[in-house]
Design a binder for this molecule. Structure first.
Ligand code: NAD
Length: 331
């Protein structure tokens, strides 16, 4: 009988990490989860879960000790509001996390390492119109990401490449395009557009005040990928022989206004959109999935409507619970 592999998932208390742990358990691995917080919305499926701050070298050594493979998801991150206003903190924290985790993986003879990069590495000048040309992997250079978050991801991508070339550590790099789903941050300032819109529309529906705020004119465009496709894609990439960075996302582009309309329809409520000042990120962004299809013989297939239905229902329940709890506190 072959020995069960042990996998480290860093950021296992976060949105994608907690779903990934559950997915990898179904594949029969033994899982060590590491984070500075437990998953907020569901019990972890990890066999062991350690609280370790991965900015610290000794914690990275402990986290990677005795594991066969690493899925590195830990990051100090959030939606546009957070990313556009915490450059120093993000660059400092994420650099330390990735420098130390990768080096510790080498020291502990890890055989395979997946780094989670982002569409935020792509140059700003390729994303200045709403009807953008979808971004291909090779568009990353010459480099000009919009924020410190993207610069750090790009440097860590290169670090993975050099560790592979110089030390023979098998690294894989995935560039996510807007992943969404249940059990993710939906309030507090770090939430992303799909979760924020679900929350605002649920609050509008439940309060009877049928209006929501949208940052900017709402005509900025993005593609959105549901979490179940995301974890499937990560796993397929990790098992593949492909070593260069690979996009992972949907290639159906919608405006933020259209996203709000889809969610309103799911919620069964019509809302007035108030367009207010706020950070919007790049004007348009879409994923070119040509290489994804070639390399993995697969691409995300869960529709935006299907993913948003599940996400909206979950967030409406959270909003409802909060309303009940805050009423109970005031009684
Ligand atoms: P998340 O914020 O839900 O999860 C990240 C986790 O990392 C959090 O639980 C956080 O507590 C943990 N973390 C932060 N600092 C840490 C530290 N010092 N030590 C240990 N753990 C620490 O984010 P997510 O959406 O699950 O993203 C996972 C990865 O995917 C991140 O690397 C992120 O940059 C990347 N990514 C996500 C998206 C997306 O759309 N969600 C898009 C592009 C890239």
């Amino acid at each position: 009988m072959t020995q069960q592999k042990t996998i480290l998932v860093t950021g296992a208390g976060g949105f994608i990490g907690s779903h990934l742990v559950t997915f990898l358990k179904t594949k029969g691995y033994r899982i060590r989860g590491v984070d500075i917080k437990f998953p907020e919305f569901a019990k972890t499926d990890a066999d062991e879960f350690e609280f370790l701050d991965l900015r610290r070298w000794e914690n990275c050594l402990k986290a990677t000790n005795g594991v066969d493979e690493v899925y590195a998801l830990a990051a100090d991150m959030g939606g546009m509001g957070f990313i556009s206003s915490h450059h120093a903190q993000i660059l400092h924290n994420n650099s330390l996390i990735n420098l130390n985790t990768l080096e510790a993986a080498r020291e502990n003879n890890v055989s395979r390492y997946l780094f989670t990069s982002s569409a935020c590495i792509y140059p700003e000048h390729l994303q200045e119109t709403t009807d953008v040309v979808p971004l291909k992997e090779e568009d990353a250079y010459p480099a000009d990401p919009q924020d410190a978050y993207g610069w750090e991801k790009l440097i860590s991508e290169r670090l993975c490449m050099h560790y592979r070339e110089d030390y023979g550590l098998e690294t894989r790099t995935v560039r996510f395009h807007n992943i969404f789903g249940e059990n993710g941050t939906w309030q507090g300032g770090r939430e992303k557009a799909p979760a924020a819109l679900c929350r605002k529309i649920a609050a509008a529906k439940l309060s009877g005040v049928h209006q929501i705020d949208i940052w900017g004119d709402g005509e900025q465009t993005r593609s959105f990928c549901y979490i179940d496709d995301c974890v499937e894609g990560i796993y397929r990439l990790m098992r593949s022989d492909f070593r260069d960075p690979l996009n992972l996302g949907q290639d159906r582009m919608v405006t933020i206004n259209q996203l709000a309309d889809i969610i309103s329809k799911i919620a069964g409520v019509s809302v007035k959109k108030n367009h207010i000042d706020g950070p919007q990120g790049v004007r348009g962004r879409n994923s070119d999935n040509t290489k994804l299809r070639q390399v993995l013989g697969w691409e995300p297939s869960i529709s935006l409507e299907e993913g948003l239905t599940k996400t909206y229902e979950w967030i409406e329940r959270q909003v409802q619970n909060e309303r009940v709890n805050s009423r109970a506190e005031t009684v």
